[in-house]
Design a protein around this ligand. Structure first.
Ligand SMILES: Nc1ncnc2c1ncn2[C@@H]1O[C@H](COP(=O)(O)OP(=O)(O)OP(=O)(O)O)[C@@H](O)[C@H]1O
Length: 296
């Protein structure tokens, strides 16, 4: 069991550009936190500050009650955006070396390198140079490098990018296992379906500010629900002005209404029926992708 990772009021400017503006969130032990945002929103900058690769202008990173220091940072498994393997070094010896840098004994480091190459499906490449592997397999080795020293915290910058579906499944299982062991996990991704499936909580960052955070369900239901109705002709704009309707999108395949959580759905159904037969009437919370589009 490790401590919570706390990111508190981070501020970072690159010259005139405000890259991070008051970024605050926490990742509890055993929690998988998905960090999502457009290109250039500030995800990598935040992660680099957590790892100490970059200094914040102000704000703090804590593990439990303690400010994070070099010793605690050695216990983090980090996958940087700019992948950092030695291309001319063999896979197995490189992972063993990295584990040793984090303080493992020679025997434990080698055992761990073998375990993780096996788990991530690159054991057959143990004695090949990294440069001779396909990009996807290099990515798997990069993930092994983040995991090989049995870290207490995981900070992974787009760990799923470039992985084939089998590797995505393996990696998802690895993250769930690490979370079950009490490791707090922060990862960034543009694959929102994956984030929605895997994460306990999500933080959405836009232009350096966190615009929403919470469980996927909290985020999806925070601005009411979506009702999807198939039947009445869209041109009739039959739902305009009905009580509880916040917005209406009359598409050719269906009408989608954003409604208050406590809306009288039977009154909406009655209004639809007054304009003709209704073939489908369903309540769908917006997907994370819908939400992301709205917030970013
Ligand atoms: N070393 C730097 N010098 C100047 N500007 C930088 C530097 N690094 C990042 N930036 C800028 O800071 C902002 C945040 O970048 P960052 O890499 O943190 O975003 P990101 O959310 O990780 O994006 P992506 O999804 O594209 O990886 C961007 O506008 C970027 O151009």
């Amino acid at each position: 069991m490790t401590d919570s990772l706390h990111i508190h009021r981070l501020q970072k400017n690159y010259g005139p550009l405000r890259a991070l503006d008051d970024v605050t969130f926490s990742v509890a032990p055993g929690e998988i936190f998905g960090f999502v945002g457009s290109n250039g929103a500030g995800k990598s900058t935040t992660m680099r500050i957590i790892l100490g690769v970059l200094a914040a202008d102000s704000g703090e990173v804590r593990l439990g009650a303690d400010l994070i220091d070099l010793e605690r940072r050695r216990r983090i498994g980090y996958m940087p955006e700019e992948r950092g393997l030695y291309p001319k070094m063999k896979v197995g010896p490189q992972l063993t070396y990295l584990a040793r840098l984090h303080g493992m004994s020679a025997a434990a480091a080698e055992t761990s390198a073998r375990t993780w190459t096996e788990r991530l499906g690159v054991a057959a490449r143990f004695d090949d140079d990294v440069a001779d592997l396909s990009l996807g397999n290099q990515q798997r080795v990069q993930l092994a490098a983040a995991l090989v020293h049995d870290p207490d915290v995981l900070v992974l910058d787009e760990p799923f990018s470039g992985l084939d579906p089998v590797a995505v499944d393996v990696m998802s299982d690895v993250l769930k296992d690490k979370a079950a062991q009490g490791v707090p996990i922060l990862f960034s991704s543009h694959q929102l379906d994956l984030v929605e499936r895997l994460c306990d909580r999500v933080g959405i960052i836009s232009a350096g500010s966190i615009t929403a955070q919470g469980s996927v369900d909290e985020l999806r239901t925070r601005d009411g629900q979506i009702l999807e109705i198939v039947g009445p002709h869209p041109d009739s704009r039959w739902a305009d002005g009905l009580p509880g309707v916040l917005a209406a999108d009359y598409a050719s395949d269906a009408t989608r209404l954003r409604v208050h959580d406590d809306v009288d759905d039977q009154a909406i159904l009655a209004a639809a029926l007054a304009h003709g037969p209704v073939h489908r009437f369903a309540a769908n919370p917006p997907s994370l992708t819908d939400l992301f589009r709205e917030l970013v």
